[in-house]
Write a protein that binds this ligand. Structure first.
Ligand code: G4P
Length: 520
């Protein structure tokens, strides 16, 4: 098969949702369609999906499972599906955001009884801002839920996106009759624990009980209102991230999942050209290229291995091929590579654009690295760094352990688990994170993987601004506007609050303060 045909078959997406909205349940159903598993309950250990802080520590023990299941691939009909999981805990880590750079679309699951929940708004907004097509699955219609129109309104308002209901529910909870599939003009009847049945428009008259049910009639009325007053469906708008197709259903039943997936898989984009320092690179290009979006250490504690997750962007990957790491111009032979299938890791021999492969990392890769084949030299667009909001000073409890301490810090920074800054002129280690959970994970991993206990001293929420200066007058800075250096040795200031930032700006108008982050 040519590369072009392989590209056309690939659908690479992430499922994002608030914890408990039903991501695990839906993923399991999709895996069952893909014949990867026969029964539900094998995606994650039960309860590991809950991600309360203490549970997260348990995941640590089960890392093999939770991590390998974070990327899954399987064939479905004519397609090859790659699903990337995003950690669903309340507290974001940068991993969550970065995963979004490796996908071509996302499926957003919303709990119909709750609507969009505050902590996940940020994640959805990142998708919107990056123009990633969003497909919405409104789950748990078998329960008493919010009014469908109110749910759509909330999505439109919060995400500033048009909605187009691909199907429309007849009732909910105990009165739930099913959904009308507006795309294929059929009614999908909810049969409780039994499999759903499909009734084409012409067949409905043979079901007088159904069409005379007031709940069904309400649905018809709402549908004609939607036809008249709702937005028009536009695949272009979906693909540019301006409209989200909305599907109602129940992942648990399962009900409406197959209709959703069949429609989604047709509409979701396949891999597109990606930006590099040398312009756009087409996925069909013969030479292999890709970038690393995640590095995971100690996936198998028995082996202390590190795996770099690479998204293939062009050409054909073949195991054993020699590629160039563009950051250092080093040539590397890729022999130890894996693809991830549910809870096992298989060796991968070939891969195509859209696929995610795991490559063994002896400590040479960084997040954002480009690997490529051929004579050219380019780099995929920098992965966005996300603004750390919380900062803490970190020291080793036992000074005798400074060697392990430095090693641990260095590896966790490379992995992207934390961002590291150095105090100036007095050297100290300051770490920045997006949420509190990242610190707990950091502490835990330093202790268990590097055998170092750490002290963390909070310096609170801070606003980082970079300086374009080689030399700075250290007299201008104190604790309210703390001077530090980043990993590349560039100066930046951690301002205590907006007020401190403005005060400094007024007083030193000649010093340019740069906000490196475009998210928020
Ligand atoms: P998550 O991965 O997004 O965190 O959610 P998960 O799938 O684990 O689902 C969270 C809870 O919601 C589970 O119940 C699950 O059974 C339930 N659920 C998921 N989809 C539906 C649905 O369509 N309808 C209904 N009524 N419930 C749904 P739990 O009691 O917390 O867990 P469990 O003990 O059943 O595993």
């Amino acid at each position: 098969m040519t590369i072009k045909l392989e590209v056309e078959r690939r659908k690479t997406f992430a499922i994002i949702s608030h914890p408990d909205a039903g991501k695990t349940t839906l993923t399991e159903k999709l895996l069952m369609f893909g014949n990867l598993i026969r029964t539900a309950g094998t995606v994650k250990g039960k309860k590991t999906g809950k991600y309360a802080t203490s549970d997260w520590m348990e995941i640590e023990k089960q890392r093999g499972i939770s991590v390998t299941s974070s990327v899954m691939n399987f064939p479905y009909k004519d397609f090859k599906v790659n699903i990337l999981d995003t950690p669903g805990h309340e507290d974001f880590s940068e991993d969550t955001y970065r995963t979004l750079t490796a996908v071509d679309s996302v499926v957003m699951i919303i709990d119909a009884t709750k609507g969009i929940e505050a902590q996940t708004i940020k994640l959805f907004k990142v998708c919107k801002m990056r123009g990633i097509p969003i497909f919405t699955f409104i789950n748990k219609m078998d329960r008493e839920a919010r009014e469908p129109l109110a749910l759509l309104e909330q999505i439109e308002e919060v995400l500033d996106i048009e909605t187009y209901p691909m199907n429309w529910p007849a009732g909910m909870g105990k009165r739930f009759l099913g959904i009308y599939d507006r795309y294929q003009n059929q009614f999908v009847k909810f049969n409780g624990n039994e499999k759903e049945s499909y009734l084409a428009d012409g067949e409905l008259d043979n079901h007088p009980d159904l069409i005379n049910d007031p709940t069904f009639q309400d649905m018809k009325e709402e549908l004609s209102l939607l036809d008249e007053a709702g937005d028009q469906f536009s695949l272009d708008a979906v693909l540019s991230g301006d409209q989200t197709p909305v599907f109602f259903g129940s992942a648990l039943a399962p009900f409406g999942v197959e209709v959703f997936f069949d429609t989604f898989i047709q509409m979701a984009p396949n891999p597109k050209p990606r930006k590099t320092t040398e312009g756009l690179i087409q996925p069909e290009k013969a030479d292999f290229s890709g970038f690393i979006f995640k590095i995971q250490a100690n996936m198998n504690p028995a082996h202390r291995d590190r795996v770099a997750f690479l998204r293939v962007c062009s050409g054909k990957f073949e195991r054993g091929m020699t590629v160039k790491l563009t950051r250092s111009n080093k040539l590397i032979k890729l022999t130890q590579t894996q693809q991830f299938v549910a809870s096992s890791r298989d060796t991968v021999d070939t891969a195509f654009p859209g696929d995610i492969i795991g490559i063994y990392d002896p400590g040479i890769y960084r997040i954002g690295d480009t690997l490529l084949e051929g004579k050219e030299n380019f780099k995929y667009d920098e992965l966005p760094q996300f603004p750390p909001e919380l900062f803490k000073r970190v020291t080793a409890k036992n000074v005798m352990k400074s060697k392990q301490f430095k090693k641990g810090l260095e590896q966790l920074v490379q992995e992207g688990a934390i961002q590291l800054f150095t105090g100036y002129p007095m050297e100290s280690h300051i770490i920045g994170a997006v949420g509190e959970l990242q610190y707990q994970v950091f502490e835990h991993r330093m202790k268990h993987e590097y055998n170092v206990e750490v002290n963390l001293e909070s310096i609170g929420e801070r606003i980082p601004r970079w300086l374009e200066l080689e030399k700075v007058d250290t007299q201008l800075f104190d604790d309210r506007n703390l001077l530090v250096k980043d990993r590349d040795g560039t100066f930046l200031v951690l301002f205590k609050n907006d007020f401190a930032l403005r005060w400094f700006q007024d007083k030193h108008a000649d010093i340019k303060l740069i906000d490196l982050y475009d998210v928020n």
